[in-house]
Each structure stands twice: as structure tokens, then as C-alpha cells.
Ligand binder design. Structure first.
Ligand code: SF4
Ligand code: SF4
Length: 383
């Protein structure tokens, strides 16, 4: 039951969340989400989660938050969004990528991953918010940032934090989709906000922009084709037909966000410095990743999201970027990779990259005998 007292509590929780640095906060009642849950089950049954087996685990606990896997007796969830949109936006032109303005020199890194791993500081903020909720309500509260199997975007929509776009992401009006979500689940009965329904209208920009055609239909993402999934979560080789469209995307992909009209408005406030592009990346070339040993990899990726795919995963991504964008100058580093590596799939990938560069060089000479092999198109334009 909503009382005058609980309304004041919500206002205080909102103010506390804002003081902690969250750009949006909303409250949803813990409720039956069986419609969304059955969409999730279809996604899993169709195998669209690819090798992300963890998405198929604990299926039943994703139906509700009132469970031992989340919080028994949960009545409300406070959903918080932190924006990370870089002021300079994602550099999409090749010259900017070559200069290291969007990640490594020669390889793009998704905006969320260019600075520090967000889990550490979001967890701290959410812990503080959970403490506040406990002290204000006398009820139990559990902070979560990717720490329990829940359908996070469903709760964000129900809490009025944003609507689900056709690209499957939460879009907060006035903020956009470059936002990370975290939650505090509580046994307190809080007054809920109103859910937001989709505002995409007839727009299909994100669906059309995807370099690997990963959307079989609006609101449905086939993770097996998504560059973000392939370069970050997926272990092992990347299917050959998807390599060329990856272009210079070394880690993740922002394309279906970059084109979204809801991301075109000016950044409403200063974005947290934790998300700023680190010099450990901007001063380093894609080529240099090939020579990382395990110890250097660990040093380089400490506190960074880029540690997630492991050393072999980053080398794999670098080989694909070089295969798509490299030229004769990169051949010695690729040959050194052939001599150094023992991983069969990396060896095959190095050979693939060399063959791609040589084929482009031959094509360039046939077109213009005097031209050097310089006009390498990005993979996005090769489809
Ligand atoms: S992140 Fe990139 S590859 Fe994945 S769906 Fe969006 S545009 Fe496609
Ligand atoms: S690009 Fe268009 S269709 Fe896609 S999420 Fe944004 S508004 Fe919706």
C-alpha cells in the first residue's frame, strides 16, 4: 500500500541516487513478467545466445525477483542508470581510428570499455544506495550489477528509466542508450513509476546500420552475429563470413547506438572520467597486441573491461582487424605471429589475414600499377 510516508521515502531514495552520480532512477513493483520471460525463453530455445551458456542458466529465477537467487520477499526494484556517452562520440572515420581517437591506433573499442571496468565503481555506488534504503525503510535491500540472473532491461522499462529500442537496448529519453544499469532490489513496498513503451515509431536506423545483420527482426538480436558478442564474450574462432563486416572493430561495437536519434542530443552533463579513453589504448597499435604474452596482457588489462576475452581473444580480434584494414607494413608482424603462436585457430587466422592483405595488394596493383596499397576500405563497406 502506498502511503504519504512511502512517497517521501522514494523522494529521498531518488535524491540519494542522484547524489551518488546516477543519471536516472526509477522504481518498479516486483510483478509477473511472464510475457517478457517467454520472449527470453524463445531467444534461448532458438540458440541466439550463442556460446553465452550462462544466459541459459537459472532460467526460472529470471521470471521474478522474489526468489532465493535474488532476494526472497522482494517487493520493489530501484533501477539506476549511469551514462557513459563520450563527449567526442564514437569516431567513425578511419583517420580518427588510425589516430587512436576511438580506441587503439587502428582499432575501435566500444565506448563503454575505453576506460575503467564499470563494475567496480557501480558496485560501490549501489552498495551505498542499498545501505541508504535499509536505513530509510528498515527492510532488506540487495545491490546488483550483473551479479544475479535477472531480465534487467525489463525492470528498467517497468521502472520508467527508459523504453526498449528496436536494437534491444534501454533508451532513456533525454539521455539515450549509452547507459549502464544497476539495481537495488528490496523487500520494501515502494511507489512505482510508470513504465515506458517504445518510442521508435517507424525508424529502422539501428537495424539497417548493423554491419553483420544481427537483427532478424526489430527488438530481436541474434547474438551469434553481433560484433560485441563475437569480440568480447565468444571464445574461439569467429566464423569467416562475419570477419570482413567487423572492419576495424577491435572490441565491441557501437553502430546500432551511434545512429539512434535518441543519442543525438547533446550530452546533458559531464560524463564520468572513468569512461574516458585510457592512454594505455590510445597510444598502442592494433599490431602491438599480436606480441602480447600472458604477463603483458594481464598488466595491460588490469582494471579494464578488455581483459574479458583473455589474451588469445584480443590477439584474435587484432588479427581480424589487420586482415580487414592492414597493408604490406603489417605482414612482418603477422609472419612473426605464425612463428610464435601455438594456438591452431590463431595460426589459421594469421594466415587468413596475410592472404587478405596480399589479395588487396594484388588488386590495387592491377587497378593502378603506380598506386601503393593504401585505400583499404573498412569492412563495413565491403559487404
Ligand atoms: S552492437 Fe554492432 S554488431 Fe551488435 S547488433 Fe549492434 S550494430 Fe550489430
Ligand atoms: S535507431 Fe531508431 S529504431 Fe533503433 S532504437 Fe533508435 S529510434 Fe529505435
Amino acid at each position: 500500500m502506498i502511503t504519504e510516508g512511502t512517497e517521501r521515502v522514494e523522494a529521498r531514495i531518488r535524491a540519494r541516487a542522484s547524489a551518488l552520480g546516477f543519471a536516472r532512477v526509477g522504481v518498479a513493483r516486483v510483478q509477473d513478467i511472464s510475457e517478457d520471460f517467454s520472449r527470453y525463453q524463445t531467444f534461448i530455445a532458438d540458440g541466439m545466445h550463442g556460446s553465452m551458456a550462462y544466459l541459459a542458466h537459472n532460467q526460472e529465477s529470471r521470471r521474478t525477483l522474489d526468489t532465493t537467487a535474488v532476494l526472497e520477499g522482494a517487493r520493489s526494484v530501484i533501477v539506476c542508470a549511469t551514462d557513459y556517452r563520450p563527449a567526442e562520440r564514437s569516431a567513425t572515420d578511419r583517420a580518427a581510428v588510425e589516430a587512436g581517437a576511438a580506441g587503439l591506433r587502428g582499432g575501435r573499442i566500444a565506448s563503454y570499455a575505453r576506460g575503467q571496468d564499470y563494475h567496480n565503481f557501480l558496485r560501490k555506488r549501489l552498495r551505498r544506495l542499498a545501505e541508504f534504503v535499509r536505513s530509510e525503510t528498515g527492510c532488506e535491500a540487495r545491490p546488483m550489477v550483473d551479479t544475479a540472473p535477472i531480465l534487467e532491461r525489463v525492470w528498467a522499462r517497468l521502472a520508467g528509466v527508459g523504453f526498449v529500442g528496436k536494437n534491444g537496448l534501454i533508451i532513456a529519453p533525454g539521455l539515450g542508450s549509452f547507459a549502464l544499469l544497476g539495481e537495488v532490489v528490496t523487500t520494501a513496498e515502494l511507489a512505482p513509476d510508470s513504465p515506458l513503451e517504445s518510442r521508435c515509431g517507424s525508424c529502422t536506423l539501428c537495424l539497417d546500420a548493423c554491419p553483420t545483420e544481427a537483427f532478424p527482426k526489430p527488438f530481436v538480436l541474434d547474438a551469434r552475429r553481433c560484433v560485441s558478442f563475437l569480440t568480447i564474450e565468444h571464445e574461439g574462432p569467429i566464423p569467416e563470413e562475419l570477419r570482413a563486416p567487423m572492419g576495424d572493430r577491435f572490441y565491441g561495437c557501437d553502430d546500432c547506438q551511434d545512429v539512434c536519434p535518441f543519442n543525438k542530443s547533446p550530452v546533458p552533463r559531464e560524463v564520468s572520467p572513468q569512461f574516458a579513453l585510457g592512454t594505455r589504448w590510445s597510444t598502442r597499435t592494433v599490431e602491438s597486441i599480436l606480441a602480447l604474452d600472458d604477463a603483458e596482457f594481464r598488466r595491460l588489462t588490469v582494471g579494464s573491461p578488455l581483459g574479458r576475452p583473455g589474451r588469445d581473444g584480443l590477439v584474435r580480434n587484432a588479427l581480424i582487424v589487420l586482415g580487414n584494414t592492414g597493408d604490406a607494413r603489417h605482414i612482418p608482424a603477422l609472419r612473426a605471429t605464425l612463428a610464435r603462436e601455438s594456438n591452431a585457430s590463431l595460426l589459421a587466422l594469421a594466415q587468413w589475414a596475410i592472404a587478405r592483405i596480399e589479395a588487396r595488394s594484388t588488386e590495387g596493383q592491377q587497378r593502378s600499377p603506380s598506386a601503393a596499397s593504401d585505400g583499404v576500405p573498412s569492412g563495413a563497406h565491403e559487404r
